[in-house]
Design a protein around this ligand. Structure first.
Ligand SMILES: NC(=O)c1ccc[n+]([C@@H]2O[C@H](COP(=O)([O-])OP(=O)(O)OC[C@H]3O[C@@H](n4cnc5c(N)ncnc54)[C@H](O)[C@@H]3O)[C@@H](O)[C@H]2O)c1
Length: 347
């Protein structure tokens, strides 16, 4: 009977994985762990054919080596991004690694728009204010999105979905991607990153976290942005140098910041720390700005996306166990896939 150890489990993960397991893979034995996979917890994967992990599990060379030593042969990512896996080490160790490349690009794109509209029109503040009987509009002034210039960094599946939504808003669309999406060329102007940053009122990041995109938003690129521009990141925290962003917000150059991801999120996201002292001073400083909104990596979090993630994850495992070609394998025939966007960040 094949065995799978699942890490970083939240109640919704178990619910959706169990639905698919019961229906399609009843012989699979699954152990659910609420804690993350790392060097200390890798031992708990012993005697499992595969581990299933999420965005903040650590799969560096040490952890992968330990997993192989415990008999693990496959790593199933129940997410699209794979920046937390040392694919070079996985290749050397002969591991199977697969992700869920496209579970719901629309879910993430729609969430980016939700963040933009919340930050712009301040509905989160209005909600609290009205509940206290305060109907004053002071401090709630926003801008009309129609006619504004929106910059998209990365025009893969999510960037494309985001472009279609913002087109509907009546925006001028600019984009930077070393491999521009052909389907956008009729209504999006592709140009160099510096030009996108210099002309956009709203900039949304949709590129993966790889070596060339780590801190793509830094002191220099922030200074290239228009004064008062809004920056949105629903991709990966490491795309932004958070200290540089704090400095830009303090200097009132960056006009607004909407984050669903944060570079040090692994220490706090997905847990309830409301009764604790949070020691991340940068995160806590960010939370004090009236023009910053932060969510805890939830852009993917829709019913449709969770169904797709669970189904594809267990299908990837089935392909591996049956020795069938898996379309979502990140290592083809045991070799690192040279994807157009792929130079994995060393973790
Ligand atoms: N917040 C969430 O819940 C959530 C959910 C899913 C995905 N994501 C993140 O969104 C990212 C994008 O997802 P996707 O499905 O659109 O990926 P994708 O692979 O379809 O597209 C990524 C695009 O980025 C481009 N790119 C590569 N290097 C670039 C660079 N230096 N500058 C600009 N563009 C560059 C690629 O050419 C590609 O077109 C994922 O890597 C993941 O990190 C976040």
């Amino acid at each position: 009977m094949p065995k799978l150890a699942v890490f970083s489990v939240q109640p919704h993960d178990k619910k959706f994985l169990e639905l698919v397991r019961g229906e399609k893979h009843p012989s699979l034995e699954v152990t659910y762990h609420t804690f993350a996979l790392n060097t200390e917890t890798a031992i708990l994967a012993a005697d499992n054919e595969a581990v299933c992990v999420f965005v903040n599990d650590v799969l560096n060379a040490d952890v992968l080596t330990a997993l192989v030593g415990h008999g693990v042969r496959a790593v199933l990512l129940r997410c699209a991004g794979y920046n937390n896996v040392d694919l070079v080490a996985a290749e050397a160790l002969g591991l199977f690694v697969a992700n869920v490349p496209s579970y719901s690009p629309a879910a993430v794109a729609e969430f980016a728009v939700a963040l933009i509209q919340t930050l712009n029109r301040k509905t989160h503040r209005a909600f609290n204010r009205v509940r206290e009987g305060n109907f004053n509009l002071e401090g709630l002034l926003g801008f009309t999105i129609r006619g504004k210039t929106v910059g998209i960094v990365g025009t893969g599946k999510i960037g494309v979905a985001f472009a279609h939504i913002m087109r509907g808003f009546g925006c001028r669309l600019l984009a930077y991607d070393p491999y521009p999406a052909a389907e956008l060329e009729s209504f999006v102007e592709f140009m160099e990153l510096e030009q996108v940053l210099g002309q956009s009122d709203i900039i949304s990041l949709h590129c993966p976290l790889i070596e060339s995109t780590w801190h793509i938003i830094n002191e220099k690129t922030l200074s290239q942005m228009k004064k008062g521009a809004m920056l949105v990141n629903t991709s990966r925290g490491g795309l932004i140098d958070t200290n540089a962003v704090v400095a830009s917000l303090k200097a009132q150059h960056l006009g607004g910041l909407a984050l669903d991801v944060y570079e040090a999120e692994a220490a706090v996201f997905y847990g309830d720390h409301s009764g604790e002292i949070i020691h991340d001073d940068v995160l806590m400083r960010l939370l004090t700005f009236p023009n910053v909104i932060i969510c805890g990596h939830q852009a993917f979090f829709t019913e449709e996306a969770l169904e797709e993630i669970s189904g594809t994850t267990l299908h990837n495992l089935e392909d591996f166990l049956q020795g069938q070609p898996c379309p979502n394998s990140l290592l083809k025939n045991g070799h690192l896939l040279v994807r157009r966007d792929s130079h994995p960040v060393r973790v």
